[in-house]
Ligand binder design. Structure first.
Ligand code: OAD
Length: 249
């Protein structure tokens, strides 16, 4: 891993210092240092598992048990994980600005556990379940609920993880509120996402079109690196705390 570029860190810290309102978009990379695998890349979920067999409405209709097993396994991983210095640094950044929204594509709860307050989850929450028949949101389901019997709603329908699967619509209220908030910010920080899954992938472009300054933090250059104002290559769990210490000085 190359050394973190000090000039870029200065530029990013300068933008963060000036910003009074901030929009943050995170992806799986922010939780990677907590031990939660990302989706793409050499150790990503989609290297070992097929999205079609596990993360589509068809997959659930064909084999709900397999899908629940995968989600219970992931819940177990997340429950064992702790927020890392990147999550904690974002809490400190939130406390320094007047207006803040963190939109995450992650279905884990690590941002909230770290103490982030204004968090929206674009792809749902792995610990919630809703009915696949009547759509009612039911209850928190953890890996301890794993059993031979599939979880059911009071209407008799099967409960499913309350996450967004491939081919499904994202929650329109979350998207609408995110875009509205993005429209009024000084700065957008995009962290730990490959930037290939829509509609989240549109955020950096929308920010740039509106003249909002943009910072990217990622382990490697991505599809959006060329359009942001400052792109820093490195681990979120190292870069974000270093940015926070520059803000303090
Ligand atoms: P990806 O797995 O596509 O990308 C993770 C990104 O994080 C990559 O660009 C990595 O380089 C970067 N990364 C890894 N470790 C990092 C670290 N320590 N610090 C900084 N960056 C790091 O994950 P997402 O972009 O979140 O959707 O994927 C978007 C969506 O695709 C997911 O929400 C999921 C998936 O299919 C659904 O399940 C609907």
């Amino acid at each position: 891993m190359p050394a973190i570029d000090g000039d870029l860190m200065d530029q990013a810290a300068g933008l963060l210092k000036k910003a009074r309102s901030l929009f943050v978009l995170t992806g799986a990379g922010i939780s990677a240092e907590s031990g939660v695998p990302t989706f793409r890349g050499t150790d990503g979920f989609w290297k070992n598992y097929s999205a079609e067999q596990l993360a589509t409405p068809d997959a659930f209709a064909k084999n709900p048990r397999l899908v629940w097993e995968w989600y219970h396994w992931r819940q177990g991983l997340i429950l064992k994980a702790e927020p890392n210095p990147g999550h904690h640094a974002l809490v400190e950044i939130e406390n320094r600005v007047e207006r803040f929204l963190l939109l995450t594509q992650n279905v884990d709860d690590l941002h909230s556990r770290a103490g982030s307050k204004n968090v929206l989850q674009l792809h749902g929450n792995i610990f919630r379940a809703r009915c696949s028949s009547c759509g009612k949101e039911d209850r928190r389901i953890g890996d301890k609920n794993a059993s031979n019997r599939l979880p059911k709603c009071s209407c008799g329908g099967l409960l499913r993880p309350d996450v967004v699967w491939f081919g499904e619509l994202i929650p329109s209220d979350v998207w609408r509120d995110s875009l509205k908030f993005l429209g009024g910010v000084d700065l957008a920080l995009i962290c730990g996402t490959s930037g290939v899954v829509w509609p989240a992938a549109a955020i950096p472009g929308i920010a740039c079109e509106r003249g909002i300054k943009t910072i990217e933090i990622n382990l490697e250059p991505t599809a959006i690196s060329s359009i942001v104002d400052v792109s820093i290559v490195g681990k979120a769990g190292e870069i974000l705390p270093q940015l926070v210490s520059r803000l303090r000085s």
